[in-house]
Design a binder for this molecule. Sequence first.
Ligand SMILES: Cc1cc2nc3c(=O)[nH]c(=O)nc-3n(C[C@H](O)[C@H](O)[C@H](O)COP(=O)(O)OP(=O)(O)OC[C@H]3O[C@@H](n4cnc5c(N)ncnc54)[C@H](O)[C@@H]3O)c2cc1C
Length: 862
Amino acid sequence: MKSHVKAVVIGGGVVGCSVLYHLARAGWTDIILIERSELTSGSSWHAAGGFHTLNGDPNVAKLQAYTVQLYKELEEISGQSCSLHLTGGVMMADTPERMDFLRLAHAKGRYLGMDTELITPSEAKAMFPLMDETNFVGAMWDPVEGHLDPSGTTIAYSKAAKKLGAEIVLRNPVKELTQQPDGTWNVITEQGVVHAEHVVNCGGLWAREIGRMVGVELPVLAMEHMYLLTEPMPEVEAFNKETGREMVGVLDFKGEIYTRQERNGILLGTYEKACKPWSPVNTPWDFGHELLPPDLDRIAPSLEIGFKHFPGIEKAGIKQIINGPFTFAPDGNPLVGPVQGLTNFWVACGVMAGFSQGGGVGLALSNWMVNGDPGFDVWGMDVARWGEWASLRYTNAKVRENYSRRFSIRFPNEELPAARPAQTTPLYDIMVAQNAVMGDSWGLETPLWFAPKGTEPKDIVSFHRSNDFEHIGNEVRAVRESVGVTEIANFAKYEVSGSGSEDFLNRLMTNRMPKEGRIVLTPMLNEFGKLIGDFTIANAGAKGAGDERFMIFGSSAAQKYHMRWFEKHLPKDGSVRIHRFDQTLVGLSIAGPKAQALLQKLVDDDVSTASFKFMDFREMAVGGAPCMVNRVTYTGDLGYEIWMQPAYQRLVYAAIKAAGHEFGIVDFGMRALLSMRLEKNFPTWFRELRPIYGPFEGAMERFTRLEKNDFIGREAAAKEKADGPKLRRVSLVVEALDADVMGDEPIWAKVNGKDFGTVGKTHDFGAPRFDTTGKEARGSTAATGASAVRGIHDGEWSVVGWVTSGGYAHFVEKSLAQGYVPAELSEDESEGMFEIEILGHRRPARINVQPLFDPAGEKMRG
Ligand SMILES: Cc1cc2nc3c(=O)[nH]c(=O)nc-3n(C[C@H](O)[C@H](O)[C@H](O)COP(=O)(O)OP(=O)(O)OC[C@H]3O[C@@H](n4cnc5c(N)ncnc54)[C@H](O)[C@@H]3O)c2cc1C
């Protein structure tokens, strides 16, 4: 075993081996994988080996497609068969709502370059004759699904990595990890110490324990999972003989069941409601190649549905029941990336579908380690998406919830109940008493909308407009016509201080830093000129001689993501300090034409526009409580953001409500706020602004000052400007019916077959693709050739872009969408040019370049 390496990968399951292979492929060959026992000594060996591309997050879906496409390459390089069966698969909808879900998934696939197809239950039965198709209303066919040999595949990754120069050390548990002053690591193993620049935790079932070696509690939990294998079935053999094909894989949403052919019989697995965590606190180190005792009673309710939906299987004898543990993060997606607060400590764990996701995870992580950036949008699996509130107990409750609804529909307005409340502000009980429907905003209970007195404060979940529609409309109109108040504790807040603060921020941000008492809006870019942040920054003024102080406000969900970046770039000389407030600073926003008059009643300062202008910042007492006040709001109206310590929040709120009484003040929630930002064409972080877009694509040029000092990403941004952006963020008015866009819908344009190359653009890994075109390929085991991502055309119409978010803008009474289209189409405001596919219906849409509400911005300037 080498004693000094560039990187140590801990764990020889499918994920560790994939990371090793991808690091070696990217040119890091001075690397070791250290495995406690033999390869596949965790969950990998007893996996059912199924793979598919469907995922609620389109970016994760595309990484899954990459994983599947990789297997051919892997077999060729390693000389090891993965026993790949690319059968294709069907997803069965038992209700119209589930069919809507499949329509959405199918529509998303259009801009990702996926070849899914909506089919009838009878067509599905022709590919899997053991089903009773009368249980279903429709289905979706996905050609990129199948199954493989889990151990063979893991070994294929390991052999390919070794061929490229990586080393693998078996039967050698990692016992301890100690960090050196220079940020490198001593990896203490049973066979000795390895000094490494980087450590990657691919510990699978033990990832949590490896995290604890460095003082981190990773939000992962292993769950028991069962699947059964039947005896050989004559029906299966007959089908194979008759058609020359294998039966396809089937997902049955209602039963939370997956099933497929395994040899001459059937494999059927369930995600049962009465699910069971395994080793909830500590994973035993002596667990290895063994199975857990099966528990048929636990899966009996799922089997009952399974046998009703697939009566052909009930008749077969059960040959074996496999029960094994594997890990999940609270939302079921992997945990990947560098851990905030640590240097050179990486994770790739919580991978619950290693054979669908392992390749994509390996690719993303290796890009990140070697190039400093994952290369595409991996937010959906970034370890930074969880905060401190994701404790052991939180994870336990959320993972159980997620497991038991593995294939359940998550409606766009659905808030899941487990592990809530995790965090509350001092106003929580007041908001609940006022009939607020509360939502989870990065672990914090936040009012979404207010139900009228006497009605139950509850969302009726739906893909269509729902019971909140009328009430959000009332909140919006009340704000626009007079004044409203809302909680904004769920924003991220940071203070940057020290003599080097302004230089530091100027180096990180694209806009010039404001003068004392002023505010700027500014994006932040990575080295590749892609958007990695969008902030409101106030120059709060020095507290002492030679000091500088800035307040930064941003997206709450990105707090750890941004802290990781800030810390990476902090000057080593200690001239800059950064503090994340989290919930030690909370806030309220007041907005609407009467907001100024209201604030004046609460403060002793003069807050007339002449004295306190748009984009001013001031510390002042509001209702007697020390506060920081920004003259800006996300509503795009005249308004203020008021920040205070939690101890003052109830007092300030009470003062605002009392003083606002004469103006008819209303409480409004996040949904009204988001509706108002739409009619101003304001973007949101993680929707419109993500690390796959440049500042000119994102229409952020007003805040991107190439002429100021050099800043991270400036060169790439200058190139983007010089070349002209390929894509452009736009706002569209949609002739919607009773459903507005939710995000990820394809945008069609009448371009007479012209291909702009934008479809699949955001996710193009340049990997080989299976040719999955043509219905004749359905159910075939043959995977042939390679083809590029093709455009989707329908006569003179083509898919040219995608929606990022949208909804109903209640004040202007229009359904609006934001999204990306080719730049050359982005100012085409003509009627009949665009259509957006909502729940399977293509609805006319028209670009509106200017915001529909207050296009000149006169109201917010007051
Ligand atoms: C019953 C069942 C069915 C499944 N079906 C499917 C399926 O159909 N499709 C699919 O994609 N996925 C399936 N899975 C999930 C799949 O098995 C996991 O996603 C995958 O195994 C995760 O791999 P991993 O490498 O992250 O973890 P693991 O396989 O757990 O590997 C971790 C490795 O790290 C090693 N290790 C841990 N600690 C140390 C240490 N301190 N020092 C050195 N080595 C260490 C372990 O020995 C182990 O070999 C199934 C799982 C189960 C249990």
